[in-house]
Design a protein around this ligand. Structure first.
Ligand code: PAF
Length: 266
């Protein structure tokens, strides 16, 4: 496993690499990341994982400072997975050049998390656009848990005619139903129990023929999920809000437990 901290050294090493599988991360690796990497390995191409906590996608300074960091553990996870290349750039390497493509931000960015996290998706797209230009991967691997991020990156790649395919990967859950997320490590035992209860409420509601979102919100609040940013149904093909659950729609939620913001879709 080769570790690069300098963009120029990385680009030199990649100059004759045609087919790279790229897994972008902000570190704090968990089973969700591991499943992305395992999937990327199936394509039999060199796998490159980036670790970069992108300051531009945090809309609250406290969230950025509290974001879990454990580089030593991350590197040992990546080594075990036999990742070929790890790229750990600094801020200057990423932000000090003018990318050839500007960022295309589809209007879906204004929905769901976009209403509550000002500048978040601009920040994500900004950094992903730069990574795509530096690495020029054949494929990028992204999780469905961050569905809105995935869609917006897809729209950007399409619009800007970037030669990278997106491989979307299914959400990985803990035994208690909670979707793996780096921020889960900030939850107390009691908060984990609440998050698991909320998952069970949502998966039960998802199976019903009709759903009353207001009542479901009440159930979530009673379970301890005090601060709900949104609970909405969206058609995942048209990206329009819906009031029915069917095979084309998904239930999207964002809520807080203490200061930790959790998102999920099912
Ligand atoms: O999903 C993430 O961890 C981040 O948003 C990403 C894609 C690595 C960009 O910083």
């Amino acid at each position: 496993m080769k570790i690069f901290k300098s963009k120029h050294k990385l680009q030199k090493a990649l100059s004759n690499q045609k087919s790279l599988s790229f897994v972008p991360t902000m570190g704090g690796l968990h089973k969700g990341h591991i499943s992305l990497i395992k999937k990327s390995k199936k394509f039999k191409e060199k796998v490159i994982v980036s670790i970069f906590i992108n300051p531009k996608q945090f809309n609250k300074k406290k969230d950025f400072t509290n974001y879990p960091r454990n580089l030593k553990k991350d590197l040992s996870v990546l080594k075990k997975l036999r990742v070929n290349i790890v790229f750990i750039p600094n801020k200057k390497d990423i932000f000090s050049f003018r990318p050839k493509s500007s960022v295309y931000l589809n209007s879906f960015s204004k929905k769901l998390c976009g209403q509550f996290r000002k500048g978040h998706f601009e920040g994500v797209l900004n950094v992903v656009n730069r990574f795509l230009e530096i690495i020029k991967p054949k494929r990028i691997f992204l999780g469905n848990k961050d569905f809105q991020q995935l869609v917006l990156i897809k729209k950007h790649i399409l619009k800007k005619k970037i030669n990278t395919k997106i491989v979307s990967c299914k959400t990985v859950r803990e035994r208690n139903g909670i979707a793996y997320s780096t921020r889960n490590s900030l939850l107390s035992i009691n908060e984990i129990k609440i998050a698991s209860k909320i998952y069970r409420i949502l998966s039960k509601e998802k199976k019903k023929l009709s759903i009353n979102l207001k009542k479901v919100k009440e159930k979530i609040i009673n379970a301890g999920g005090k601060n709900i940013d949104y609970l909405e149904i969206y058609n995942i093909n048209t990206l329009k809000k819906s009031n029915k659950l069917n095979k084309n729609t998904k239930l999207f939620i964002a809520y807080y437990l203490n200061n930790v913001r959790l998102i999920d879709n099912l």
